[in-house]
Design a protein around this ligand. Structure first.
Ligand code: SAH
Length: 410
């Protein structure tokens, strides 16, 4: 579970019922128990958590998916990590995000708006009933000026909000219909999200799409190629391990090397989320790589953007090393240094110099910042965080150079 997820411990349902009395009716005699086989009880828990913890009034229709709040919160917190990483480079700008298939609850834009008062959303929905409920839920929370709902069509493009060239987005997110057929649903039920005995209330349109989630997300990948940097990070949740490999392969086949793969674990349920970008913004490993991956996931992980070099040093010594690098701009922040370079100014070799000359000639002959890197010191190591850049080898060369200098200056 995400470290900032407030549901790391199962909620105390009795206490929850105190702040949301309709839940009292569903409390079981067994301490802290709810019958998740009971659809109404499931909906009531979601409504209660959204009410108590996010000040959201949400009504969920009977015959549509009931979103488990802890799982949905995981995804939006990961999106928050991505936005924060973008802000290191871009500064604080208006954040507009896209949610594909927002569902009757409109849970992602509602949670997103509560977590971040400056965010707004353009969201899509295919199903009429879900769309009208989503509209109601957005209005009920006075968020109509921050959440715009667009109607999608089954045969049209998926990323419809991006077709407006005047609008840029920070992120797209999507919890796609997972399954390819009814048999597929029966084989692995989304009901597991609430625990082994939960009932699943999803309608066919919410659960099933041709080719399953993998085909749906690969379509998003294809469409994103056209929009490129109009959106900083494209993302999607995935419910099946097999889809992770298929989607990562499709990213690689399209030469998208800047991608992220994370895992959301909640009780017995494991979900993954994949993200990719055509910008040069690099995410920290905490957001771009599953920590403690099993071997099946390990081989799909992107390379590290966070490198720790064991070194006994202190902030002053590190600063001296950084100041010794000609051409690098050093900003001292509260817990780290931000280093901006416009080329490889630390290596002496002729080949490097040649490369540097090429790198300096950015668009229109204006030198471009080609790498931003953040460095922090602890007692045991220096941590290098690649923040922005195109050439991985340059980041790695910079890390080795600084580490060598630190060692030799002791
Ligand atoms: N975001 C919600 C709902 C996810 S279920 C949640 O996480 O709880 C998937 C949703 O995608 C359903 O509401 C379904 O109607 C919608 N959907 C399916 N195909 C779509 C498409 N092509 N464009 C937009 N929405 C679509």
């Amino acid at each position: 579970m995400h470290p900032r997820n407030i549901y790391r411990q199962t909620p105390d349902f009795r206490q929850l019922a105190v702040s949301y009395p309709p839940l009292k009716h569903f409390l079981q005699p067994h301490p802290n128990c709810i019958d998740f086989q009971d659809e109404e009880a499931q909906r009531c828990v979601t409504e209660a958590l959204l009410h108590r913890d996010f000040d959201l009034e949400v009504q969920l229709p009977r015959n549509r998916l009931c979103p488990p709040v802890p799982n949905r919160l995981n995804y939006i917190l990961w999106i928050q990590d991505i936005v924060r990483a973008c802000e290191v480079v871009a500064g604080e700008q208006a954040v507009v995000g896209v949610d594909i298939g927002t569902g009757a609850s409109a849970i992602y834009p509602l949670l997103g708006c509560r977590l971040e008062p400056s965010w707004s959303f353009v969201v899509t929905e295919l199903d009429d009933l879900s769309e009208s409920h989503a509209q109601k839920n957005v209005r009920a929370n006075n968020l109509s000026d921050r959440v715009r709902i667009m109607k999608a069509t089954a045969t049209g493009p998926i990323l419809i909000p991006l077709s407006d060239p005047s609008q840029n987005f920070y992120f797209t997110m999507c919890n796609p219909p997972f399954y390819s057929s009814t048999e597929d649903v029966v084989r692995s039920s989304e009901a597991k999200e609430f625990g082994p005995s939960a009932v699943c209330t999803g309608a066919t349109v919410e659960m099933i799409t041709e080719g399953g989630e993998s085909a749906f997300v690969r379509r998003i990948v294809e469409e994103s190629l056209v929009f490129g940097t109009r959106c900083k990070w494209y993302t999607s949740m995935l419910g099946k391990l097999s889809s992770v490999g298929e989607v990562v392969e499709s990213l690689k086949a399209n030469s998208i090397e800047n991608y992220a793969l994370t895992e959301f674990v909640q009780g017995q349920t494991r979900r993954w989320a994949v993200g990719w970008s055509f910008t040069r913004i690099r995410l920290p490993d905490t957001a771009s790589r599953v920590s403690n991956p099993n071997p099946l996931i390990q081989r799909y992980l992107p390379p590290h953007n966070t490198i720790r070099q064991p070194a006994k040093t202190d902030t002053k010594a590190l600063q001296d090393v950084l100041l010794g690098i000609s051409g690098a701009a050093i900003e001292s922040r509260s817990s780290h240094f931000l280093v901006k370079t416009i080329g490889n100014t630390w290596s002496r070799s002729a080949r490097r110099k040649q490369l540097r000359q090429m790198e300096l000639e950015g668009e229109n002959g204006v030198p471009e910042i080609i790498m931003i890197c953040s460095l922090a010191v602890t007692r045991e190591y220096v941590e290098f965080q690649w923040v922005q850049g195109k050439t991985r080898s340059l980041f790695e060369s910079f890390c080795s150079h600084v580490s060598r200098k630190i060692t030799s200056s002791r």
